[in-house]
Design a binder for this molecule. Structure first.
Ligand code: GAR
Length: 192
């Protein structure tokens, strides 16, 4: 059993897949806290419904935010942080202190970087007429979507796919892949 803090900025369907896996006893982990930079994120409603404490970031300045988060997180026992649709860069203090992983809805290094999140990614993949998209789980560094890859899954782009169609298949694969990785962490420990 380990403690995983989840950061989410939006809908939180990825967070939900972790909550569900824990509740269905498929994953031996505990979420002591959900963090968001967005007070209106639906992810926060999902956390509340599952009786998980939430924290909304107050600072806007990146350095102050890093300091704020370090202070808040120091009150918890944390083995891992998962960025599940979280749109801010992670600061140096957090990076030095915690193992942090991100899930990204493309085959990085393609379609990553600033501004490449959510539907923007899927629209870009469709516009470029790629044969495959997919999911990348990677360790987080000080740059957007640049850290070492842990695992990738390919998802075929079908001829008549809209960005929404593709998003839905990629997100389905993403949830499976993320929960599998989190399960392997319970078995083998968390690697930096
Ligand atoms: C997920 O597909 C996640 O990979 C992506 O945003 C979606 C969040 O959905 N993250 C990024 O694009 C980060 N660069 P959710 O809010 O329903 O979990």
């Amino acid at each position: 059993m380990y403690n995983v803090v989840v950061f989410a900025s939006g809908n939180g369907s990825t967070l939900q897949s972790i909550i569900d896996a824990i509740q269905e006893k498929k994953l031996e982990a505990n979420i002591p806290l959900v963090v968001s930079n967005n007070p209106n994120a639906f992810a926060l409603e999902r956390a509340k419904k599952a009786n998980i404490p939430i924290y909304v970031i107050k600072e806007k300045d990146a350095k102050k935010m890093d300091f704020e988060l370090c202070e808040v997180l120091s009150k918890y026992e944390i083995d891992l942080i998962v960025l599940a649709g979280y749109l801010k860069l992670i600061g140096k203090q957090l990076l030095d202190k915690y193992t942090i992983i991100n899930t990204h809805p493309s085959l990085l290094p393609k379609y990553g970087g600033k501004g490449m999140y959510g539907m923007n990614v899927h629209k870009a993949v469709i516009n470029a007429k790629e044969e495959y998209s997919g999911v990348t789980l990677h360790y987080v560094t000080s740059e957007y979507d640049r850290g070492p890859t842990i695992m990738q899954t390919r998802v075929k782009v079908l001829p008549n796919d809209t960005a929404e169609d593709l998003a839905s298949r990629v997100q389905h694969a993403e949830k499976i892949q993320l929960v599998e990785l989190l399960k392997s962490f319970s078995k083998h420990g968390i690697l930096k």
